[in-house]
Design a protein around this ligand. Structure first.
Ligand SMILES: [Cu+2]
Length: 333
């Protein structure tokens, strides 16, 4: 490490201390968070499950600390000027117009601050775009309004993920017949129907332990601690494939293939949403990823190749049950 890097690290450390409040706020909020999904009243970003997200969070904390330090300094300066140099306190103003030392300082200090931000920023960008050799490649295709995922290393495996709706959950609990008897008279898409379904499904969602508006009928699965390359494209309009806990977000543009990568280090369920406003049902195309052990992943692939979707889902669930790591922080360096 060169001396300027050491100096930048030292300066960053000092500024981090200055931004203790910011860290406290994000730290406290982070402590209560489950991994893989947002929480009510959440503050701060998702808990990290990859090195990229871990580094993103560190960078977020650093820039927040710098922002808070600058705001406090400027506010203090303004209060001081108002109190010390108002007409009563200072009836004869100074005629000074130049101060070489001060001018040098207010040029050098902002440059130093920018450097302290720029160095970790470029390092993070390099990490995000320095695609390591893939263990698995998945092609994600955005559609209005659902996602398809093709496993390029496993011919014939393609997962179509649709959002699980309140209606789906209620129908699964009481059956189609009773559903239409209960809600058939309400007009489709009307506020009355939406509210009735939401109220009726609330306890069911809690029982399912699935996040409403994020759960999908078919999750994709990836093995833990393996590098996954994700090729992203679209069949119609521009979408965006995102899993916040992975620090992955990539635009899905028709006619083009973009790529992102992630190496999740914690077994668990992860959810994300289409992150580019893409039309009427933009909010209804979430993404569900199960990070499982390599053995479970291989069994899952084998079950899908044998066209046994039910068994495939059971394999994922059994592996997740064996690893109740939902609340563990990512152990990444
Ligand atoms: Cu979309």
């Amino acid at each position: 490490m060169t001396s300027w890097q050491t100096a930048a690290k030292y300066a960053a450390g000092k500024l981090l201390n200055a931004g203790l409040v910011a860290l406290l706020i994000t730290g406290l909020a982070g402590a209560a968070l489950a991994i893989g999904q947002p929480e009510p009243m959440q503050m701060g970003l998702s808990k990290p499950a990859t090195e990229v997200m871990q580094k993103t969070l560190e960078f977020y904390d650093l820039t927040n600390a710098i922002i808070i330090a600058i705001v406090v300094f400027v506010l203090g300066l303004m209060v001081y000027v108002v109190v010390r140099f108002n007409e009563t306190a200072n009836p004869v103003p100074s005629k000074n117009t130049h101060h070489v030392g001060l001018e040098v300082a207010w040029t050098i200090v902002p440059i130093a601050i920018l450097l302290v931000i720029a160095i970790p920023s470029f390092k993070l960008l390099y990490l995000q775009y320095n695609y390591p050799k893939p263990d698995l490649t998945i092609k994600a295709i955005g559609n209005a309004w659902y996602w398809e995922h093709e496993y390029l290393d496993h011919k014939g495996i393609s997962i179509t993920s649709n959002m699980v709706t309140d209606e789906d959950v209620i129908k699964a609990a009481i059956g189609d017949k009773e559903f239409s008897a209960k809600y058939g008279t309400l007009e489709d898409g009307s506020l009355a129907k939406i509210a009735a379904l939401q109220a009726a499904s609330k306890p069911l969602w809690e029982k399912l332990k699935q996040p409403r508006q994020l759960a999908v009928d078919n999750d994709i699965a990836v093995p833990v601690n393996k590098v996954v390359h994700l090729l992203v494209t679209s069949n119609d309009v521009i979408h965006s494939w995102t899993i916040p806990a992975f620090g992955s977000k990539m635009q899905a543009v028709p006619g083009r293939v973009h790529a992102t990568w992630f190496k999740p280090t914690v077994i668990g369920s992860y959810w994300g949403q289409c992150s580019v406003l893409c039309g009427k049902n933009h909010s209804s195309m979430p993404i569900g990823v199960k990070v499982v052990s390599e053995q479970a992943f291989n069994d899952w692939v084998a079950a899908l190749k044998a066209k046994d979707g039910k068994k495939a889902k059971a394999i994922l669930q059994a592996d997740l049950d064996r690893h109740p790591s939902q609340n563990k922080l990512a152990q990444v360096q």
